[in-house]
Design a protein around this ligand. Sequence first.
Ligand code: GDP
Ligand code: MG
Length: 598
Amino acid sequence: VAPSHIRNFSIIAHIDHGKSTLADQLLIKTDTVENRDMQAQYLDGMDLERERGITIKLNTARMKYVAKDGETYALNLIDTPGHVDFSYEVSRSLAACEGCLLVVDASQGVEAQTLANVYLALANDLEIIPVLNKIDLPGAEPDRVKREIEEVIGLDCSNAIYASAKKGLGIAEILEAVVERVPAPADNRGKPLRALIFDSYYDAYKGVVVQFRVTDGELHKGDLVKFMNTGCEYDIVELGVLNPKPVEVDALYAGEVGYLAASIKQVADARVGDTITLKKRPAEEALPGYTEVQPMVFCGLFPTDADQYTELREALLKLQLNDAALRFEPEVSSAMGFGFRCGFLGLLHMEIVQERLEREYDLDLITTAPTVVFKAVATDGTETVVDCPSKLPPGNRLASISEPYVRLEVITPKEYVGSIMELAQQRRGEYVDMQFLTETRTTLVYNMPLAEVVTDFFDALKSRSRGYASMEYAITGYRENDLVLLDIKINGEMVEPLAAIIHRDNAYYVGKALVKRLKELIPRQQFRVPIQAAIGARVVASESIPALRKDVLAKCYGGDISRKKKLLKKQAAGKKRMKSLGRVDVPQEAFMAVLQIN
Ligand code: GDP
Ligand code: MG
């Protein structure tokens, strides 16, 4: 297809504003998929994605569209993941487009992710087409929301489109607008090949399947290609376009979007953001914007049953084939036994991996509380990356600890501003800016330690705003703070997975609350169990769990054996998700208790 007849675009939206529903409608309207084949939300393939209503992995679809001018166009819809954890992937898929549809729920208005996505689109010089969705809702106020977009984003909304993805309204206008308003890709067919990878996933038969946008030149099946940032070289085994099912082609040219398979072993070898060129006629410079993603949140994963260690390792290896951002290394803890220290982009990424391990691989896991990556400087000047509190140099050799900071942007109805500012303050937030978006809504900007955001901040924000506030954050750098290691001892033994690095001002309070919470969570044992929190040698809080008085079986009067069995079975089931620490059984909730304290 000639560049003049190609349009590459994506859809950006705040979560739940209707991106997936609109994508489905575009596929139906262009007969790309038949209505009856339509599994709701075609592009969100994975079950988990559909359940959570988020898009994790990107996907594309090529649609054939006959426009009002009588010409046939190839419209490439490139899907973007909808969450801040995956913002690097969002930005790469936007870099593969010339334009985007900005979908805003006409009954809601501009939200935090709307803004964050618009910034990414503007940074990539995209033509933005505003779409006011859900106009079928009785509470829809498209005119008001249109003004809001103009005021807040400064985007001309005179030709905004009114739509209902659910009712199929406005879809024809949207397709026509894509052809008319999204610029055609530049005609760079004569240049040496450059193609931007915006997604890659592992397929058990084909190896890694790489999705890319050809910016310059052309590539053919059988070509020897080179990934410019990693230096890896491969022969193209299969070349094609996604329709959205794969359809093989012999060649792809500048402006087009497609996929290739080349027996690549893992996605880390074909990373999002890398540039593909030809070995025989290489481009001089890679396309801009390649970064190695760094996991920012770590936690320990331990099998409840030590026998599942090998299974857990194999499951992690399999997930990693598909997920270049997932890191793991073996971790041995005297308390927890053998497990893995795992790194994630953020909390959502972490939850998704945990859930997949449990669901798809049928593993029972104990997860330790997530921690951010600290940096510690020892007295001799050496710097350590601390992704686990136990990696902190000992107190007498520790000079300083720094922690990652984010710039946090919250959008909220104005009546909740006071309460949210109070929350931000409690979480060590540093006020940066406040602006009225409209007469009724406000944006608040704070600098805040990432550690405070990865606890239950989002939940707290939602509950203080009755669900109406939305947030986004981006990591800005590291800052030295007065941080200390809070140790927890249960029955006289140090429990490493419960240790936390926290601000000294909070240490006393957190120690007290944590010890109290553990007392509630840990079931009574046959003996008294002391629980202590300490900073270095100094105990800051202590409690104890009294010994169990009655034998559970005493209730059975010795007689009824089947009842006795039932009771023992019930106990065994209750033991699931417990980890024996020395002589004490500790439930999964206990390892997360530190997150609920604020
Ligand atoms: P996404 O998170 O942006 O992908 O949003 P979805 O497409 O998953 O839609 C979120 C919810 O809004 C779903 O329950 C949809 O059925 C609903 N929805 C989407 N578009 C419309 C619309 O035009 N009108 C109404 N009433 N509901 C819609
Ligand atoms: Mg969606």
